[in-house]
Design a protein around this ligand. Structure first.
Ligand code: 5CA
Length: 154
């Protein structure tokens, strides 16, 4: 099964039927995704994988924000390091730039940036670095099981 099909299966498993938009020019970064969609940078969901005491965790971060790894460590109660490309693929089943916010190879503890919750809709990667889908912040929290916590850099 390709990444797109795996993503759709994962979405179905949490009760979502996303409409996937594909942009041949690429949506690998939050900036590219916002330009492609024509939304605010802050509406892009970055699905970032870190290791907390060596275990993979997911930080759903607004495209307008950066992660303060010290704050994230305080929230999660461990020492935070960044996952490398292989670590991202192993934990999620997806490549960097295409990692969706749910439907991963292993269930990941997730936290969500409250900045994402102020929008009517947000956009996230749909399994590949050239696809995105729209969802509400409520759906994002529900589907990822994320805990709401402020871990953004000032
Ligand atoms: N498709 C877009 C918008 S949804 C996307 O996936 N953005 S992202 O921010 O979630 O994924 C790209 C992120 O991967 C970058 O912000 C960066 O934090 C991270 N990244 C890029 N290269 C590497 C690398 N070599 N090792 C670890 N992380 C990386």
């Amino acid at each position: 099964m390709g990444a797109r099909e795996r993503f759709l299966a994962g979405a179905e498993a949490v009760g979502l039927t996303p409409e996937i938009l594909r942009f041949p020019e690429g949506t690998r970064t939050a900036e590219e995704a916002a330009a492609a969609v024509g939304c605010e940078l802050g509406q892009i969901v970055k699905s970032l994988v870190f290791l907390c005491d060596g275990r993979p965790v997911l930080a759903l971060t607004s495209g307008a924000n950066r992660v303060d790894t010290k704050r994230l460590g305080t929230v999660l109660g461990g020492r935070i390091t960044r996952a490398d490309a292989d670590g991202v693929r192993e934990a999620t089943g997806y490549a960097i730039g295409g990692t969706p916010p749910f439907g991963h190879a292993q269930p990941l503890r997730a936290v969500v940036d409250p900045a994402l919750l102020s929008y009517d809709v947000v956009w996230a990667a749909a399994g590949t670095p050239d696809t995105v889908f729209e969802l509400t912040p409520g759906e994002l929290v529900q589907a990822s099981g994320a805990e709401i916590a402020d871990f953004a850099a000032a």
